[in-house]
Design a protein around this ligand. Structure first.
Ligand code: PNW
Length: 453
């Protein structure tokens, strides 16, 4: 019988950057090795009831000791780019002041080992593991964190800037502040008034600014820097002019707290509407720092909100029906059109000139491998659907230049612990054996062929 393989019509641009992403606190373990001090997640995860099963970050994927083998696997899967994060409590355990050279050396080894395998590192400066000593001084609502971050950013860019050319300042300001200081579901588990959370947002924006400044000052001419945001994606119910217009308006409002100061250098009317008029304490030159030009916008996109033009002419939020399919993470409504509208709206509404998808994936409670295989078809199909939508946005002229699958391997999924898996590689947390899942093998082929296969 003759057959033909479906044609690879879904080619990506030649320069497209494909990779995988992780974060230090979720994979490294070695929670007190080589002079590291506790992060707020080390402390929070030990509180009864804070995480699923009482899971802690103590060992995680033990990546701190296994990074060579992990990078071998990453290279074997054909990955060309790797988004990792640096643990602040390894670099400056006291939060401010003295540099911990043993901590600094770990990332020297990690970066060198990546480059040796032809893998380009993308480094996130802050992925939620604030040193507990800074929380003890009040944490994100206090400006002391901004000064400490400015030093930290200077130190890491000076240490690694000769080899690291792609920098991400902070990961998902909205998520770690709303969850950590608003509802208390994430470290440090505080439930503060909205005004306090709002002040924390302002400080995080200033840290982003210091990250950009540090890269410009010490990173060399060829260095690039951006913020990674989990912008709320608004998906027009129908792709017709009235609903698309509604999605624009809603996108501007939903993302005002971060993208308005960053792209417009002000707290404008959408910001004030979103924060119910609470302005944070602002010092002279704050907006100069916050609104410095960046080189790309990192977007973590998992899902989106449906919007249409309402009877009053404004955007109307449409709730998903209760039986709408989700991943095992209940917040993750499986609507792949988020991957078309997220980058497009970021570019059209806020003028993002280059968008990089810094995370995309799905959380499931995968079962252990059988004869060395994990058929995570649900994840594979969702990623495939998302990539098709991403390709459609590129075809429509949206400037997207890269995509990172979240995550390289199963890891510590914050309050959801270790059962909730996002990896394209399965982690056995007892034996530390890694097994590429069906999604991982398929994604590897996509990366090699630079096309949807
Ligand atoms: C992101 N939500 O977090 C983080 O950057 C990762 O560290 C995390 O493991 C990954 O996505 C999967 O959750 C999110 O509720 C947490 O919408 C919660 C939400 C979104 C992203």
């Amino acid at each position: 019988m003759k057959f033909s393989v479906p044609s690879a019509s879904c080619q990506f641009p030649a320069s497209f950057a494909w990779g995988v992403a992780t974060a230090a606190p979720q994979i490294e373990g070695a929670f007190d090795a080589d002079g590291k001090s506790p992060s707020i997640w080390d402390v929070f995860s030990r509180k009864p009831g804070a995480t699923h099963n009482g899971d802690t970050l103590d060992v995680a994927c033990d990546h701190y000791h296994r990074y060579e083998a992990d990078l071998d696997l990453m290279a074997a899967l054909g990955m060309k780019h790797y988004r990792l994060s640096i643990a602040w409590p390894r670099i400056i355990p006291t939060g401010a002041g003295t540099l911990n050279t043993r901590g600094v050396d770990f990332y020297n080894r990690l970066i060198d080992a990546s480059l040796k395998r032809g893998i380009t590192p993308w480094v996130t400066m802050f992925h939620w593991d604030l040193p507990q000593v800074l929380e003890d001084k009040g944490g994100w609502p206090e400006r002391v964190v901004v000064d400490a971050f400015a030093d930290y950013a200077d130190e890491i860019v000076k240490a690694y800037g000769d080899r690291v050319k792609n920098w991400i300042t902070l990961n998902e300001i909205g998520v770690f502040l709303e969850n950590g200081y608003g509802v208390g579901r994430h470290a440090p588990g505080r439930k503060e008034k909205p005004e306090v959370v709002n002040q924390a947002f302002h400080h995080a924006m200033l840290c982003h600014g210091h990250g950009v400044r540090a890269v410009r000052e010490h990173g060399g001419k060829d260095a690039r820097v951006g913020l990674t945001d989990n912008s709320r994606v608004t998906i027009p119910l129908t792709e017709t002019a009235p609903d698309i217009e509604a999605a624009h308006e809603q996108f501007a409002r939903r993302n005002a707290r971060i993208l308005e100061p960053m792209y417009r250098g002000e707290y404008g009317k959408n910001y004030l509407a979103h924060t119910k008029g609470w302005l944070p304490k602002i010092a002279a030159n704050d907006f100069e720092l916050i609104a410095q030009p960046t080189d790309f916008l990192g977007l973590n996109i998992y899902s989106g909100e449906i919007v249409r033009r309402g009877a009053d002419g404004g955007p109307q939020h449409i709730a998903y029906p209760e039986n709408f399919p989700t991943a095992d993470s209940p917040w993750l409504k499986l609507n792949a059109r988020c991957m078309y509208w997220g980058p497009r709206l970021a570019a059209e509404v806020f003028g993002a000139k280059d968008v990089v998808i810094t995370e995309s994936g799905a959380g499931y409670n995968d079962l252990p491998p059988v004869k060395g295989e994990v058929f995570d078809i649900h994840r594979l199909e969702y990623i495939r659907a998302c990539l098709r939508e991403l390709r459609r946005s590129i075809a429509d002229g949206v400037p997207v230049s890269g995509y990172f699958a979240w995550s390289f391997m199963d890891n510590f999924e914050w309050a959801d612990g270790y059962d909730r898996r996002f990896g394209i590689v399965y982690t056995d947390f007892k034996t530390q054996v890694r097994t590429p899942k069906a999604s991982g093998r398929w994604y590897s082929q996509v990366v090699r062929e630079n096309a949807l296969v």
